[in-house]
Design a protein around this ligand. Sequence first.
Ligand code: FMN
Length: 365
Amino acid sequence: MYRFVFTQVLSRLDPEDIHRLTVRALRLLSVTPVVRRLVHRRLAPRDPALRVQAFGVHFPGPFGLAAGFDKEAGCVEALSALGFSHVEVGTITAHAQPGNARPRLFRLPANRAVINRMGFNNAGAGAAARLLRRTRGVPAIVGVNIGKTKVVPESGAVDDYVTSAKELAPLADYLVVNVSSPNTPGLRDLQAVELLGPLLRAVKEVADGTPKRTPLLVKIAPDLADEDVDAVADLALELGLDGIIATNTTISREALTAVERPRDRALRDETGGLSGRPLKARSLQVLRRLRARVGDRLVLVSVGGVEDVDDVWERLLAGATLVQGYTALIYEGPLWAHRINRELSRRLRRHGAVDLRQIIGRTAS
Ligand SMILES: Cc1cc2nc3c(=O)[nH]c(=O)nc-3n(C[C@H](O)[C@H](O)[C@H](O)COP(=O)(O)O)c2cc1C
């Protein structure tokens, strides 16, 4: 049904307009508790076998929504009701900013992919904090992903992240330092350990100082060289971080295969980060590398090209405790998370597993 609507209607409309409308509808659902509770009862994960604990937080399932969909923390409640075990909001920056000029979001349907150069459009940490205060008391697990304000120079990056962390860490179930989006000039340079060390140390001090001690993770790019992935992993261990999220979008276009379709071919050279199916192989590779390096000493959150239960299963086996997705939601529609949860429950039963811990990391080296 959704596929029909997508090909006949949605794919002809501007993707950012559709996204805006969707967020508005979900916001309406978020602030309508009676309907939202009904949806939640019908679609949210309820199977005890799917429950998983990571960095002291109890998740109703392993599968959540990656950062970038709910940039301003406006519809967390509705997204949880649709079946996402957690919602990572953001990226949020200390100061409000408009992001890049439109168009800045492009669908590549033949590749089941998206290119975006949104550029952290958001209303700033203060506005997000006000919305997040509202979500407390609702059954939703919220990660808060923070990034650098575009106009702040690299020399002011640490203070900028610390400002966001102070505002948002007390309201987050976990906090993410995003140093991997390709659309803020210079941001990904912060992944070099000489710069990343002081940044993570400063944010960790803030996260450690909240009443509940907010878990801290770092989100990395798929375009890092393997040795740099290892270096970030070692740094995360050294600093006592809680986990790593891998990966963000890629600037590479190598894995774009189905460019024979004129539309996708025209778009392949758009500037921005590529996500969806072409990212799958590299994202899995980075997960395997991280797991080999850190074992179960850090929580690994795998994201990039996850489309169905097979992908989620593969990531869990490879050592991810949590798995996230975004791009496939555009192609699969609102029941996507619910379907994955239902099929994951069945698969666990088929394998005679009563607990996800029996699966996580089983094929990791
Ligand atoms: C339109 C769009 C906007 C995104 N914005 C952010 C963002 O603000 N912060 C972030 O950390 N990741 C952002 N991402 C990256 C996703 O969180 C995810 O890491 C990436 O898309 C790979 O997952 P996927 O293949 O399932 O989409 C964005 C992705 C898309 C498609």
